[in-house]
Design a protein. Structure first.
Length: 281
């Protein structure tokens, strides 16, 4: 089942898509409350998809986690050495909820960077509380999946000279480049885990202005969705509605030095998870 959050009559509401272009409205607010109830709800109205404005399925999740360097071809395209999974743990970081925007929203270019990049990713939404779960059980904690875009500033400039040879400066610049407003488009819908099937068999594609820049598959992840969930649950309690972005395949702008500019349109296509479009300004 495909679940959506949307703006109707000035208020955010949520529902499930049926018959292609019809929404069975399930209540007020985004999908968080519905996820906490196990995606169960009774329809209170029917509205046409054309009469609403889709929002991010989750606008303020408790946690928005993301995995860095989780596709081997992405690691090597930017000059890194191939990673040995046997000697590695998932590299998780947090993005603030103010990064989140929905389908069709504008991603603002920040003043602190002129090297803003795209990263098409599979997003996983936790459906029930998870703590110290095993990889074998981890997928049973998933409510569903979304398309996402981990927009990233590849450099930052605060307007004064700094010691950029300091590795700590480099790391915190990299991390700060993930935090800007609008840097986590999500949507257009949440596809329930039972319908999504194997999360390691989802195509990942991103176009910029109609030109394909990324084309890959979640089968090429270094750490699987289940392994990412299991690892995260060792570090913190995962709660219903928490979101994990799972990394990006090769084809980012940093590999060629081509970055986003005002007016560009990014199109993320994850097959059954839908098409997520956002412009840059």
């Amino acid at each position: 089942m495909r679940f959506v959050s949307y703006l109707r009559d000035g208020s955010v509401r949520h529902g499930r898509l049926v018959e292609g272009d019809l929404i069975e409205e399930l209540g007020d607010g985004d999908l968080l409350g519905l996820i906490q109830r196990g995606l169960a709800g009774e329809a209170v109205a029917r509205v046409a998809l054309a009469e609403v404005t889709l929002q991010a399925p989750l606008t303020r999740p408790g946690k928005l986690l993301a995995a860095a360097a989780n596709y081997q071809d992405h690691v090597t395209e930017t000059g890194g050495e191939p990673l040995d999974k046997s000697r590695l743990s998932p590299r998780l970081f947090l993005k603030p909820p103010t990064c989140i925007v929905g389908p069709g929203a504008v991603v603002p270019l920040p003043d602190v960077s002129h090297e803003v990049d795209w990263e098409a990713e599979l997003a996983v939404v936790i459906g029930r509380t998870a703590r110290n779960v095993t990889a074998g059980d981890a997928l049973s904690y998933v409510a569903g999946y979304m398309a996402s875009n981990d927009v990233s500033a590849r450099s930052v400039d605060y307007g004064f000279e700094r010691d950029t040879d300091d590795r700590a400066v480099w790391f915190f610049d990299w991390l700060a480049g993930k935090w800007c407003d609008g840097f986590a488009p999500l949507g257009p819908w949440l596809l329930s885990a039972d319908e999504a099937g194997d999360p390691q068999a989802i195509p990942v594609r991103l176009d910029v202005n109609g030109v394909t820049r990324q084309r890959g598959s979640t089968k090429d992840m270094i750490f699987t969705v289940a392994e990412l969930i299991a690892h995260a649950s060792r570090l913190m309690t995962l709660e219903p509605g928490d979101v994990i972005l799972t990394g990006t395949p090769a084809g980012v702008g940093a590999a060629t030095g081509e970055y986003l500019k005002a007016g560009d349109e990014m199109t993320v296509d994850l097959g059954p998870l839908g098409v997520l479009r956002n412009t840059v300004a």
